[in-house]
Design a protein around this ligand. Structure first.
Ligand code: CTP
Ligand code: CA
Length: 225
């Protein structure tokens, strides 16, 4: 097919994409967050819709406009994201976890704004682990034959860390980005290697996030067939 013409190879499929970054509140005005823009997840949602899929986009704090023809479920925290993804995954053919999910959250939430105390040091922030949504979905496979895809941003030993993470998470595909200066965060472009649990390795050259998204759906469609 010519570029720009997409086959409706995901017609009749339901896919779930998570996007953005979770925010873990400390008090009503403060949170622990991350720099994920959500753009890669939105590109995945748009391209899946263009290929005929019914798309549920679980969007964490992206501030991006809802893509046309996509069901958007807005969430804030990792716990909310988990609930939304688990619910949508129940009848999904594929789940793609592009969101940056906070690994930790503050143990306690102050219902009133935390104030400075004159002459006193601040209280330390105690963190606890959040649930691992990707590992949970991969282990549970609510629907037989479901394809589960994770994302990982690595700074060192990118491929070795990616392989180990793929095994640890139990997903079918892991999109590994090398994080650096102009790469990934907030940018329009991305470069990645997609690792398969079957040992496959697909390089995606530096280019628009749409191109990476199309490659991810190609690999998903192959595994659904
Ligand atoms: N992920 C998730 N739930 C979490 C953390 C991560 O579902 N609590 C998912 C992300 O959406 C991503 C994948 O797991 O698809 C990999 O995230 P990453 O942060 O690279 O993995 P971690 O296991 O948290 O490893 P690290 O210690 O390197 O952060
Ligand atoms: Ca993490």
């Amino acid at each position: 097919l010519a570029r720009g013409v997409t086959a409706p190879d995901l017609a009749g499929r339901h896919v779930v994409v998570s996007a953005g970054g979770t925010r873990e509140p400390l008090d009503p005005v403060r949170f622990l967050g991350n720099r994920s823009s959500g753009k890669q997840g939105y590109a995945l949602a748009r391209t899946a819709a263009a290929r005929g899929a019914r798309v549920t986009l679980v969007a964490a704090n992206t501030g991006l406009p809802d893509p046309a023809g996509v069901d958007v479920v807005p969430v804030g925290t990792a716990a909310q994201l988990r609930e939304a993804v688990v619910e949508a995954a129940a009848d999904a053919d594929a789940v793609v976890m592009a969101a940056a999910v906070a690994d930790f959250r503050p143990e306690t939430y102050a219902t009133g704004k935390i104030k400075k105390k004159e002459g006193a040091d601040p209280d330390p922030v105690v963190l606890v682990r959040n649930p691992d949504v990707l590992a949970e979905i991969s282990a549970g496979r609510p629907r037989p034959g479901q394809v589960v895809v994770g994302f990982a941003a690595e700074t060192d030993d990118v491929l070795a860390n990616g392989r180990a993470k793929l095994r640890r998470k139990g997903c079918d595909l892991l999109v590994v980005n090398e994080v650096g200066e102009r790469k990934t965060f907030g940018s329009e472009q991305n470069e990645a290697v997609v690792l398969g649990a079957d040992g496959s390795e697909t390089s995606v050259p530096f280019g628009p996030k749409e191109a990476l998204a199309e490659t991810v759906w190609d690999l998903v469609a192959e595994r659904l067939a």
